[in-house]
Design a protein around this ligand. Structure first.
Ligand SMILES: [Zn+2]
Length: 423
């Protein structure tokens, strides 16, 4: 053999040596994957995947999704037997502009929460702050929250220049400027992904129309938290005239003062609400501290009026009440009869489409390796709405492991960790 080797040109020597080496030590064959997620039930609605699959991760990206990837090709393998593996959840309605101004409510104030403190432990890797900052204080939000977080933080800019700073700021029509709002959005493409309007209690349509105008100028959708107007404004006009296709109606299962709910007194989904969906208005749960009533959700779901997007409206009030976290809200929808694949889609690929970030919410090779490993538990559980009414349920989703850009950022039971052994 030595004679054979000496006969070949020098350039092939290293190749032959490598071939021999790997033939002798097969376990060392090309470990091109950093992480191999093995044997989990993958649900990836964008790619039509719903079954047991392996997912390989390299350099923070999804490298391969295939039925059987050999563990020898990965530096670390995590056994996911009996667990679900889904794209990292996208929570499309949160308030994360936390800060130290006690008067500032959700806009650099104490009502908002630190994203990393509440996201990864619930399988969430991307959040969309919905209108906590406005065009005036967005630079502070960017420095203080976006740049300081491991969670991917995106935002809808409030039509109010000061954002959700409470009253009287949020009642000031003079601070609702479509052009300046649109200019900020356009200067931050992909990060500012829409415009938000909320909390105005006057009889005018101006806040809605200016937000829609800002959305048109910046070519992004508008999300509306509707209600509280005195006198009440027409829900039909909002959904069929003022909003455009692609705009988002949040708090869909609310029943609050100053807002017509989506079902009528008999519990029937109003025909113009269905018409709004047909014309492309997006319906978002936005559970929050005051916007999810069994009295709306149960009859609407029975009539097939399901959410397009499942989101939390996370803030310090909602997380300590009936909402809790996105998995709790997803579990509510599961127990009402929504299929798991549909629930996953409404918290991954669908919100990604709504905010026009088509690079997110799926497991296509080459995309950022943001993943959530979930356990679907069966047992006796209970779920409360925003007025504290309880419904029992048999199903509950729990966050087992979360990966953000290939890094393990949450591991409830240490399933990705090495065993400790005494020396
Ligand atoms: Zn909100």
């Amino acid at each position: 053999m030595l004679a054979f080797v000496t006969d070949v040109p020098l350039g092939r020597l290293s190749f032959l040596a490598a071939a021999w080496f790997f033939a002798l030590f097969p376990c060392l064959i090309a470990q091109d994957l950093d992480l191999l997620m093995k044997g989990g039930h993958v649900i990836d609605p964008k790619n039509g995947l719903n079954g047991v699959m392996d997912v390989g991760i390299a350099d923070g990206k999804i490298a391969r999704v295939a039925p059987d990837i050999p563990p020898a090709s990965a530096k670390r393998t995590v056994n996911l037997k009996g667990l679900y593996l889904v794209p990292g959840l996208i929570d499309m309605h949160v308030h994360v502009f936390y800060g130290t101004d006690p008067e500032a409510a959700y806009s650099n104030g104490p009502n908002a929460v630190v994203p990393d403190g509440f996201t990864f432990r619930s399988g969430v890797t991307t959040v969309v702050d919905t209108g906590s900052p406005g065009w005036r204080n967005f630079p502070q939000f960017k420095r203080q929250v976006i740049d300081a977080s491991r969670t991917r933080v995106l935002a809808l800019l409030n039509i109010v220049g000061h954002g959700m700073r409470g009253d009287p700021y949020e009642q000031d029509l003079a601070d609702m400027d479509a052009k300046l709002t649109a200019a900020r959005v356009k200067a931050n493409p992909g990060v500012l992904v829409g415009v938000k309007v909320a909390h105005y209690s006057g009889p005018e349509w101006d806040p809605v129309d200016r937000a829609v105008e800002a959305g048109r100028l910046a070519e992004v959708p508008v999300m509306i938290d509707f209600g509280g107007h005195q006198p009440e404004l027409s829900l039909e006009s909002l959904l069929l005239k003022h909003l455009h296709p692609g705009d988002i109606f949040t708090h869909m299962y609310a029943a609050v003062r100053g807002r017509i709910p989506i079902t009528d007194e008999q519990g029937t989904v109003r025909p113009y609400v269905r018409k709004a969906r047909e014309r492309g208005i997006i319906f978002d749960v936005g559970h929050g501290g005051g916007s999810f009533f069994w009295g709306q959700a149960v009859p609407a779901v029975k009539q097939g009026f399901l959410p397009d997007v499942i989101s939390t409206d996370l803030h310090r009030g909602s997380m300590n009440a009936g909402m809790k976290d996105i998995l709790n809200v997803m579990s509510k929808m599961l127990n009402l009869g929504m299929a798991l694949e549909h629930v996953v889609s409404a918290s991954t690929w669908k919100p990604a489409q709504c905010i026009r970030r088509l690079d997110l919410g799926h497991l296509s090779p080459g995309s950022d390796a943001d993943l959530a490993v979930l356990r679907l538990r069966e047992g006796d559980f209970g779920f409360t709405d925003v007025v504290g009414k309880r419904l029992p349920g048999r199903l509950k989703l729990e966050s087992e492991l979360t990966i953000r850009e290939g890094h393990i950022v949450w591991d409830l039971n240490g399933i990705a960790a090495d065993e400790w052994r005494a020396n």
